[in-house]
Design a protein around this ligand. Structure first.
Ligand SMILES: [Zn+2]
Length: 123
């Protein structure tokens, strides 16, 4: 397991890369992706940060693998229900025991969470 210090060092390096490298210079306005499942369900996601996202996620309906459409918005009328984000250092440190996830994040990967719909839906 990586030490706290190692994680901190790699995370700081990552933030530096994110701020300077071309790979991370993407327009995040309306950067949505669709994940299509064999059951027909489309799980729509939104990128809050610039980074790597996996080709498969679990389908929000049946839990099987849903495949990325590589940022093709095949359902423009559907709102994203999940969002990709870069965790803050505090959260990254908690991932130390989950090696695969930690490596993913430290090499520029984003994590997935359910959108906070109460923020976007007017009451
Ligand atoms: Zn499904």
């Amino acid at each position: 397991m990586k030490s706290q210090r190692e994680v901190e060092r790699e995370y700081n390096k990552l933030l530096q890369d994110v701020a300077t490298k071309d790979y991370y210079k993407v327009d995040l306005t309306n950067r949505v992706n669709c994940y299509l499942c064999s059951c027909g369900q489309i799980t729509k996601t939104k990128d809050l940060d610039a980074g790597t996202t996996p080709m498969f996620i679990k389908c929000e309906t049946c839990g099987k693998d849903a495949r990325s459409t590589f940022y093709q918005d095949i359902r423009p009328d559907q709102e994203p229900t999940y969002e990709w984000y870069r965790p803050a250092l505090k959260e990254v440190l908690k991932l130390r025991s989950k090696e695969t996830t930690l490596d993913h994040v430290l090499s520029g990967g984003l994590l997935l969470r359910k959108c906070n719909l109460s923020l976007t839906v007017p009451r």
